[in-house]
Design a protein around this ligand. Structure first.
Ligand code: SF4
Length: 689
């Protein structure tokens, strides 16, 4: 709305950092961001934000923004007009499609872009090109959680909202550095803990801030959480502390599942996890005594090389104890990027059409084809992000179209993906900055951030929220949905979108999950938690009227563990990684905010006092971490947050300290999610200042 000084404007927006999905008013004068004002009516955060949401916006005016299309010219780029750049993209995509077939092309949607844009990326892949090779960041992080919840309860997402977490009697946080990764959520948990006497259990290899506050802190061997969870369940069963009535009424597969827990005796689990029988019993008692239990988890579970099994173990535990489908209970995988949930929900996944409809389902394909026109949709799932390197290097993928993803830094083993990006015949990158990935591009199309366009995001609670345009696009940059529409038109399939609301209207016809979603119902600070029925009824708390399987019952699914490779002995340091409060992921945005960069200018590695003594390390000293795949250097911080040979490296670096110079090619077999948290290295002191 316009204020007295007519250049001062107030615009509702949604945070573009983490999956908590805080919303606020942003006050601007011309391009200057005057203030971020979270109002009472903001559904997730009310009057709170964290440091990133409050101060992390100045990068939108960075002189490093891309403002003109760029076309490769030798080792560098030259500026080009939109027409020339788009024509080149269209002609190269058609040529590859014609010569090598649609599956020689692969598309990546951004988990920072809008839902509408993620939908258009998959629509471009499927109906314009004719391939299911389309994915987004969730393969790198959250797919194991989606897998575990989908297999058991039926929806691959948080089962309730932050209100339910607040109302729980016991919150268990596993592999989640909540205070730094999801700060506003953490604040609410801390408040419930303090004011309501809510109990908190933290299971993590690092004694982070939440661990210090916890009523019970458990430090299992890295990656052994699934065994610990199985052991707790076996003990609950043995004590008769499971919810038989709930299981009889609502759950299939109970007997077989109970039988599958038999090997996980207290002694066996202690051997596997290092957690004592007494601790396991204490945890089981706390679960038994709490009328309402909610479990939060994040990358410490999912990025372990058996993340799907870890997530399955959590979902099973909730079912066994009847802690799902009631207010104050449930499973909460906390989503990383602001829209990593939405990018998957809206169909940018190799096996799912919008709304998690399986590409192998002929009826679903036929319906999408009737709405979209264009090419028939292939009936086989496509390739995922973590198959790009192999796909390019073995010649299956010739062309890549990457929207707002820094693949060159976020893939595990980045020397290999960088080789692939170097090799691929044609690479289009739609970006806001010259990222590492963009440096390999043949064509760079300058895109705009959320403040310069309209759209919707889905937060970790399945909450769909609108954001509005506060600023004009910088230079010649354009919204991703406009760029994608222009590419489709040049490929001979006319799309007629003049506003993102029209894209959402189309989604509501294609995906039953969003049947009742419309821009009118999301006006201002209103929001809807999917699934949204045609009459506009949404479901903040899932499963109150049954589970999302044909018979309305949930399933207990026996675990099938597999060995995660153990390293050669010289690589005796276990490198964990995660977020810093001040930065976000690789730091493409936050390092461009001077105030934040000043606070935390570069990454460091946390080393235990024991390891510091052993290696004769001093605080602030430079060290090198070396793995069979690569090396990284950074300064040492000595701290009791980590123990023994376990070290912690924030993931927030694009340079010398970038974590993925080290991470191995270990994958979760169910989801192809890399085992980023399972990196073994050597640590060498460096003799430099
Ligand atoms: Fe943004 Fe997450 Fe911070 Fe909220 S908690 S302000 S969504 S980064």
């Amino acid at each position: 709305s316009q204020m007295r000084d007519s250049r001062i404007k107030r615009t509702k927006t949604v945070c573009t950092y983490c999956g908590v999905g805080c919303s606020f008013n942003v006050w601007t004068r011309d391009r200057k961001i005057l203030q971020i004002e979270p109002p009472l009516e903001a559904p997730v955060n009310s009057v709170s934000t964290c440091v990133k949401g409050k101060f992390g916006w100045d990068w939108v005016n960075s002189p490093e923004r891309l403002t003109k299309p760029l076309i490769r010219d030798g080792d560098g780029f030259r500026e080009a007009a939109w027409d020339e750049a788009l024509n080149l993209v269209a002609s190269r995509l058609s040529a590859i499609k014609k010569q090598d077939g649609p599956n020689a092309l692969m598309f990546v949607a951004s988990s920072k872009g809008s839902n509408e844009e993620a939908y258009l990326v998959q629509k471009l892949a499927r109906s314009v090109i004719g391939t299911n090779n389309v994915d987004n960041d969730s393969t790198y992080c959250q797919d194991p959680a989606t897998f575990g919840l989908k297999a058991t309860a039926g929806y691959g997402a948080d089962s309730g909202t932050l209100k339910d977490i607040e109302a729980a009697d016991l919150v268990i946080a596993i592999g989640s550095n909540t205070a730094e990764s999801h700060p506003v959520f953490a604040t609410r948990v801390k408040r419930a803990h303090k004011l309501r006497g809510q109990k908190l259990v933290v299971i993590d290899v690092r004694r982070h801030e939440m661990a210090d506050r916890a009523d019970l802190y458990i430090h299992p061997k890295s990656g052994s959480d699934p065994y610990l969870l199985a052991g707790v369940q076996k003990y609950l069963v043995d004590q008769g502390w499971i919810d038989r009535e709930f299981l009889n009424q609502h759950v299939n597969g109970v007997d077989e599942y109970l039988k599958s827990l038999e090997p996980y005796t207290l002694d066996q689990v202690e051997a596997l996890t290092g957690v004592t029988p007494d601790t396991i019993k204490t945890l089981a008692e706390m679960i038994h005594q709490a009328p309402k239990v909610a479990i939060l988890w994040a990358m410490g579970i999912t990025q372990q090389g058996q993340g799907a099994q870890g997530s399955l173990a959590i979902a099973n535990l909730l079912l066994l104890t009847g802690n799902i489908g009631r207010p104050g209970t449930g499973g909460y995988p906390l989503r990383g990027h602001n829209n990593v949930q939405g990018a998957s929900d809206f169909g940018s996944k190799p096996r799912f059409l919008p709304g998690y409809q399986d590409v192998r389902d002929e009826k679903v394909r036929a319906h999408c084809e009737s709405v979209w026109g264009g090419e028939p949709i292939p009936d086989e799932p496509g390739l995922s992000n973590t198959e790009i390197a192999d796909g390019v290097l073995d010649g299956r993928i010739k062309g890549l179209y990457i929207v707002g993803e820094d693949t060159a830094l976020v893939d595990n083993n980045i020397s290999r993906i960088q080789k692939a990006l170097e090799k691929v015949d044609f690479l289009v990158v739609q970006e806001v900055f010259m990222t590492k990935t963009a440096q390999y591009a043949d064509v760079i199309l300058p895109a705009v951030p959320s403040l310069e366009k309209e759209g919707t995001f889905v937060n970790t609670e399945r909450r769909i929220q609108r954001f509005y345009q506060a600023l004009d696009p910088l230079g010649d940059a354009k919204p991703d949905w406009v760029i994608l529409t222009e590419v489709a038109n040049r490929l001979g399939v006319p799309w007629h979108y003049s506003h993102p609301s029209e894209i959402m209207a189309e989604v509501s016809r294609v995906a039953p999950l969003f049947a009742g979603v419309s821009y009118e119902r999301l006006e201002g600070f209103q929001s809807l938690n999917w699934p949204v029925a045609a009459d506009g009824t949404d479901q903040p708390l899932l499963y109150q009227h049954g589970f999302n399987h044909p018979d309305g019952k949930a399933k207990l699914v026996p675990l099938s563990f597999h060995e995660v490779p153990v390293p050669e002995t010289e690589y005796d340091i276990l490198v964990n990684n995660g977020q810093l409060l001040e930065h976000f992921h690789e730091g493409n945005l936050t390092y461009r905010v001077p105030g934040i960069k000043h606070l935390v200018p570069h990454v460091f590695v946390e080393v235990s006092p024991e390891l510091a003594r052993e290696k004769n390390l001093k605080d602030g000293q430079w060290v090198r971490l070396i793995t069979p795949d690569g090396r990284a250097r950074m300064r040492v911080v000595i701290t009791e947050r980590v123990e023994g040979h376990e070290v912690y490296l924030p993931m927030n670096s694009t340079g010398d300290g970038a974590i993925n110079q080290l991470t191995p090619e270990v994958f979760d077999p169910e989801t192809r999610t890399p085992g980023y948290k399972h990196t073994y290295a050597k640590l060498e002191p460096l003799d430099v200042e």
